[in-house]
Write a protein that binds this ligand. Sequence first.
Ligand code: ADP
Length: 629
Amino acid sequence: MANLNLKHIYKVYPNGAKAVNDFNMEIADKEFIVFVGPSGCGKSTTLRMIAGLEDITAGELTIGDTIVNDVEPKDRDIAMVFQNYALYPHMTVYENIAFGLRLRKLDKEEIHKRVTEAAEILGITEYLAKKPKEMSGGQRQRVSLGRAIVREPKVMLLDEPLSNLDAKLRTQMRSEIAKLHSRLNTTFIYVTHDQVEAMTMGTRIVVMKDGFVQQIDTPKNLYNYPGNKFVAGFIGTPQMNFFEGTLLKKGENVIVNFEYSEAEITVPYSMLYKAKPTYLDGKTKVYIGLRAEDISLAPDDVKNSKAVVKVIVSHKEELGNETLIYGDINMGGDGYVESSTRIIIKDNSGRDLKTGDIVDAALNIDRVHLFDRETEVSVLPRIPEFNYLDCEVKGGKLKFLGAEVELPEAVKCADVKGELLLPTDAITFGGALKADVVSCENINGVNLLALTLNGKRLYAVVDAFNGEKTMNIGIDFKKITIISNGENVVEPMPALNSLDCKFVKHKGTEEVNGKRKKVIRFGFEVADTFFEAEDSAAQKIFAVLGVKKSLLTALKMECGVYDLAVSDSGIKATVESVLDYGAEKFLKCAIGENTVYVKCDGERSGEIYLAPDFDRVGIVETERAIKII
Ligand code: ADP
C-alpha cells in the first residue's frame, strides 16, 4: 500500500521524441487510477517510468516516502501486469505464479500459502497443475494477475491487460479487476486506450494526448465538466455533438447562433457568467457541445423547451433500450458524416422516424458545453481564472460593479474607462467591500465562491471558507490588469522571476585537516555570482543533461517574488523602482538583461544584493522546456 507523487515528470527518448511532458499528480494510497488516451499519447511510457523500466528524463517520482528515480524496478515494491501475459510456457500455472517468490527465496510454505490464496481470489485453483497453453486468454490473464498479487506489492501497474480478450470477456474481467482492487486494498494504476474501461474502473482518470495531461478527475467530473474539447469528445459514447457558432449577449439573455444552419436558441446570461465577455460579441466563433442524451425529441420536452432546433433525420441505430437518431440541423445536410451540423440524439420516445423526416429537437441548455475555437479550451471553466468587469479609473479611484476603491501607488493610472481583469485568486478577505455569498463549491479541494457585489456576480477562489453569508473583501492589486482601448494601462506584477543562469564547475583548494587539497565544486552562476549546488540538485542536472552537456546548456532560474530576499551578499541588482501596493512593497530590479521583482519592507535604491531561497528555486532547461528542479 502506498501513495505516489509524480512531480514534473518528463520523458525524452534518445531520438528526441518527447513522450511525456510535465506530468504532475499525487496518487493517494489505494486509489484506482486509469491513464487513458489515444495510442502514442504517453500513457505506457509514464507507467513504465513508474515501474522503473524506463528512465525518467526529468522530475521526481516518489513511492511512499522514497524518491525512486534511481531505485531498481525489483526494489520498488511494485508489480506489473502486461497485455501479453508473459507466462513461461513450460511451467505449470502454480510454478508460474510461484516463480517470482522462489527467486526471492521465500520459504516453501509461505509460497504455497500465497499461491493458493491468489488462485482462490482469481478462481483458478483448479488450473494450478495445468500449463498456460491449456488455458483460455482470460484464464492466462488471471494467472499473470496472480503472479502480481503474490508479490503483495505496494502498487499494481496494469498495461492494457485486457486488450487481447474478446468483448464479453473484457467486460467480465473488468469487474473482476475492480473487485480485486477493493479486495487487495492496493494502489492500482491501469493503462488503457478504451474510455469505457477507464470510466468503469477508475476512481480517478488521467486523460492524455500527445504527451500532455489534458485533465485529471473522477469519471463523473470528466463527463460533466470536460476542460477542453478533446476530453469532451474522448469521454462518452456516442461522441458529444460539436457545432460551430457564435454567442451574442442581449440584455439578460444570450443568443446562440449555429453556423451553417438556421438554428438559433436563447439562453439566460446567468449560464454564461463565467465566460469572458469577448465570447459574447456575436462574432467570436465557439464550439457548442451537447451530448446525445441532452437532446430530446419527446413532444413534451419540445413543447416546454425554449431551445428548440429543427433536425432532418438521416438514419438511426437501434440499441434495443434506446435509439440513436442521426440527423442534421442543416436541412441540406447529411447525418452520415461528421460535420459541424450533424447531430446524434438518444431517443427514448419510441417514435418511428424515417429518413428525411423533419423533427423538432429540444436542447437541454443547462448541459451545454462551449469551447474556444482556437485553443479548444472550455469557455465556461469550472474554476474561472478571471472576473471580466467593466471599470473606470477617476482621480486615482477604481470603480467597478458599483463599488469604488483607492488604487495604490503601484497601479495608479490616468483617468480611463475600460475593462478590469480581476483574477479569482486576487480577491482577499477583510477589505472594505461588502459582498454577499451566493454559493461555495468545493472543486477538487479548491473553494470557488460565487459572490455578489452590489447585486453583480463575482467569483473568488479561496483557501478556507467558514460558511459566511456576507464577507468583507479586498483586492490583491498586484494581480490586476486594466485594459483601455485595447491597451494594458495597468499590468500585473509577474509572480515568477526568471533569471538566466548557467551550471558551472569551480576548481579550487580547501583546507582539510591542516592540508590544502584540490576540490571541485558544482553550482549555479547567476550574473557572475556562484551558488554552490547541493548534491541532490547537481545529481538532477547531471541526470537530465549529462555531465559534459550540463556545463554548456542555457538554463533559467525561476523563483517566486517571495523567494528572493534583499541581502548583504548574493546577486548584484539595480533597483529601478519601488512598487507600492499598499499592503506590500516590491522592488523592480534589473539584473543584466533580466528584470526581477522582490518583496521589501523599506525603500531601497541603487545597487543591492539578492539571495535566492534554493529550497524554492526551480531550474529550467530552456531549449527543450524541461523543468529540471
Ligand atoms: P501510449 O502508451 O499512449 O500508446 P507510448 O507511451 O507507448 O504511448 O508512446 C508515447 C510516444 O513515445 C509515442 O510517440 C511513441 O512513438 C514514442 N516512443 C515510445 N517508445 C519509444 C522509444 N523507445 N523510442 C522513441 N520513441 C518512443
